[in-house]
Design a protein around this ligand. Structure first.
Ligand code: CTP
Length: 439
């Protein structure tokens, strides 16, 4: 997202759209052209031709419509077909020689384009066997499909059919809410049907600079307990989406304010420092984005080790992320060891070397003691890359018997190099002689 929301040029054009209701009066074909890359548009047109051949209607729907109206480049494309999406996707894949992944039970196909996600789905009605479960999908028309969605700004579609190409379908008043910068659910049961929508509401609000509409906010606050109905995987997915935002701290801070964070762990709070920590994480990771594990470790940094374990269990985190959290807590626990200006580099190295690098970065960002920070920084920037000059093979060719001694000696050489006692091959050989390992 590069542009501010509804920057003045977009606002000026709004009355044209605003007077209109229904599909006839607002044509967005020029915006499709402008905000969808040409190579993706080619595939969309090929899909539309196939749909037409089968007498089925095709629409661009959801987030891409919202983004086009906000004059952002569309990133992911969701196409909705009033018909059999699986069959059309298979034909499309054959025609365009792209790979597809089919989710037959969800009537959805994912086309794998080099730098774009394109989903083709059959228009559907959804039913939830119980709150928090994944929906059961039944074929339906576009209007029904739009009405089962999360928020009005995500419940618009643009026709891709020849006779009405570019026309906006907006039965839930999404355009008005875009104009008024509001996140609004479509019905009172929305958050109960799908509690992940509470996280989504906060994420869109903060990403777009919108407000959660007042009734929606009341519904959200009344439905908070439903967050317990979401599986760990789905909850983690929502957090991953937040960490993928440009400024995750904004969403997390608002989630804290509205009481959502409590449902990850009652002691997580989005304190004032989180923004500063995340800024440092971004600086430290340039030119890439920070790893998700770094954001997560910082979010949980103030929790005790066993509380972090509970979160890892709740979110069903993978081994690597769980290790990051565990190590981050351990480093925090042993930070006092590093709070001494006179420590030799070899001590710093051995205190940190067995820990996960992401956890060490989190500790650097979040530690307050100056000496601890300096030592962790020294480790991350220099010490962790230091190796002895002589290798195990060298030691053997110098006449030392292969076996456990070799490792012990290499460690000894490493410490000497870390502490500046050796800096060349000759120095290391001299040290081995001094230790009586060479004759
Ligand atoms: N959707 C929904 N309820 C959900 C998730 C998704 O109604 N819990 C609908 C919304 O209409 C949404 C569309 O499915 O626009 C696609 O979902 P997703 O790809 O998650 O969202 P996008 O709107 O594309 O937003 P983003 O920019 O975050 O990718």
């Amino acid at each position: 997202m590069q542009k501010p929301v509804w920057h003045s040029s977009a606002r000026n054009k709004l009355p044209l759209c605003y007077n209109a209701t229904g599909m006839q009066n607002i044509n967005l074909s020029h915006k499709i052209q402008k905000y969808i890359p040409a190579e993706v548009l080619d595939i969309i047109c090929a899909t539309a031709r196939l749909a037409q051949k089968h007498g089925q209607n095709l629409y661009l729907a959801g987030g891409a419509v919202r983004d086009i109206l906000l004059e952002y480049q569309a990133t992911d494309i969701d196409l909705v077909l009033e018909g059999d999406a699986i069959a059309i996707a298979q034909q499309l894949a054959a025609e365009t020689s792209n790979n597809i992944i089919l989710h037959t039970e969800f009537l959805t196909a994912k086309l794998q384009l080099p730098s774009f996600n394109l989903d083709l789905a059959s228009a559907r009605r959804e039913s939830y066997p119980h709150p928090g479960s994944l929906p059961i999908v039944h074929p339906a028309d576009i209007s029904t499909d739009l009405r089962r969605r999360d928020f009005s700004i995500n419940a618009m579609a643009i026709s891709l059919n020849e006779e009405s190409y570019g026309q906006l379908l907006d039965e839930c008043d999404g355009l008005t809410d875009i104009h008024n910068q509001l996140i609004r659910v479509l019905h009172t049961q929305s958050f109960r049907d799908d509690a992940t929508r509470m996280w989504r509401a906060v994420r869109y609000e903060q990403r777009l600079g919108f407000q959660i509409e007042s009734t929606t906010k009341v519904l959200l606050q009344q439905s908070l307990h439903m967050l317990n109905s979401i599986s760990g995987e789905r909850l983690w997915y929502e957090l991953e989406c937040i960490f993928g935002e440009k400024l995750p701290e904004k969403t997390l801070s608002r989630a804290g304010e509205l009481g959502l964070l409590h449902y990850i762990h009652p002691q997580i709070d989005s304190h004032n420092l989180l923004g500063t920590w995340y800024d440092q994480a971004r600086q430290m990771s340039l030119p890439q984005k920070p790893e998700i594990g770094l954001y997560l470790a910082l979010l949980l940094y103030r929790l005790e080790a066993e509380e972090c374990e509970k979160v890892a269990k709740l979110l069903k985190l993978n081994k690597n992320l769980s290790r990051t959290l565990r190590d981050s807590a351990k480093i925090k626990g042993s930070a006092a060891l590093l709070d001494d200006i006179t420590l030799p580099p070899s001590f710093i190295y051995h205190t940190l070397c067995s820990y996960d690098a992401t956890a060490i970065k989190a500790s650097l960002i979040a530690s307050t003691a100056e000496n601890v920070r300096r030592h962790i920084q020294l480790y991350l920037e220099q010490l962790r890359y230091v190796k002895p000059i002589l290798s195990g093979k060298d030691l053997i060719s110098l006449g030392i018997k292969p076996g456990p001694n070799i490792n012990a000696l290499l460690n000894h050489l490493l410490d000497a190099r870390l502490d500046g006692k050796t800096s060349s091959r000759e120095d290391e050989i001299r040290l081995l002689e001094l230790l009586n390992w060479l004759v």
